[in-house]
Design a protein around this ligand. Structure first.
Ligand code: NAD
Ligand code: FES
Length: 290
């Protein structure tokens, strides 16, 4: 049986109630009417969506949920055909299938200082986790990084739920000039009270987070963005190796202990369909132009 989900746009379900462009032609957010999912969504959960009967299924982290209004928030980076197609939808349109909440939620307990690290689009996914930690009474330090200040997401939102927000940009246009992990390392050197670090972002960033925290011995989790199809443990496409064992990120994750993840393998598997993805995107663009 499928987990609780809001199926089919036909009855007004999965209606896009708000769309906001965060970075033009790159990243947007959608607030979607999905009362069942919103009532059950916890930080760390994701949804799998499908836009057409024969369309690809893609996972997207739930960036926020409002059970009272029955809304969930998704943030997407336009990186392939399906996200480009998603971006053609607007307020008032509906998403054909939305399945969720999926994945194990983040294990949040009151424990003191938690450092939430977000890189690029991963900052949006990290936001829900930071919010959950803040609500649990933890001292939340958000460390966020992007290539430049125009690409930095969710800073105002994180300021509302963090005790401090530390920023890096690759080009130095805001905050520390350099990688987000350099800010993390400096923070850990100055605060011995950190109980947990959680990193969400591109794979090289998550690997670097694991490396930085190791000498400090602080519990570190990363949220893995492996390729997913069904999202419920049946197809095997999200397989990752953690602590030498095969695990399915959709049902056993997406969060895992950072030091135990085989990041090289994850990277290879993420690139496995690169040429098909590029071809599909080119065809989509041609059809859009013709
Ligand atoms: P990006 O490549 O612009 O990187 C964002 C920031 O991450 C950089 O500014 C830097 O501070 C840090 N970073 C990147 N590489 C690093 C390295 N080698 N060492 C240390 N820090 C590093 O990010 P983007 O283009 O916005 O990211 C998109 C990627 O993030 C996509 O591949 C997407 O799949 C992934 N993503 C992952 C999740 C998740 O759940 N893990 C969620 C959303 C997006
Ligand atoms: Fe199919 Fe995880 S997405 S098993």
């Amino acid at each position: 049986m499928l987990p609780a989900g809001d199926k089919s746009g036909a009855g007004g379900m999965n209606k896009i109630v708000r769309k906001r462009v965060l970075i033009p032609d790159r990243v947007s957010e959608m607030t979607i009417e999905a009362p069942l999912i919103a009532s059950k969504a916890r930080p760390g959960n994701f949804v799998v969506l499908r836009l057409t009967e024969k369309g690809e299924r893609i996972p997207l982290t739930i960036a926020d949920a409002d059970p009272e209004l029955g809304h969930i928030l998704i943030v997407y980076l336009i990186m392939g055909k399906t996200t480009a197609l998603l971006d053609t939808l607007d307020e008032g349109d509906s998403i054909l299938d939305l399945c969720g909440p999926l994945g194990r939620p983040t294990r949040i307990k009151k424990q003191g200082t938690v450092v939430c690290v977000g890189g690029g689009t991963g900052i949006a996914a990290m936001h829900h986790i930071a919010k959950g930690n803040f609500k649990a009474g933890n001292r939340v330090v958000s460390v966020i990084g992007a290539r430049s200040r125009d690409l930095l997401l969710f800073k105002p939102e994180l300021e509302k739920i963090s005790h401090s927000v530390l920023v890096s940009t690759d080009d130095g246009s805001l905050g520390h000039k350099g990688m987000v992990t350099e800010v993390l390392e400096k923070y850990l050197q100055n605060d011995p009270e950190v109980r947990e670090v959680i990193g969400v972002g591109p794979v090289p960033m998550m690997r670097a987070v694991a490396k930085v925290t190791e000498p400090f011995g602080v519990r570190t989790l990363v949220s893995l963005n492996s390729i997913m199809v069904d999202g419920i443990g049946m197809c095997g496409s999200c397989r990752v190796t953690v602590d030498g064992k095969n695990v399915f990120a959709c049902v056993e994750g997406p969060e895992f202990e950072a030091s135990k993840v085989d990041f090289d393998e994850l990277m290879k598997r993420l690139n496995a369909f690169k040429s098909q993805e590029q071809k599909s995107m080119e065809l989509f663009k041609q059809r859009k132009l013709s």
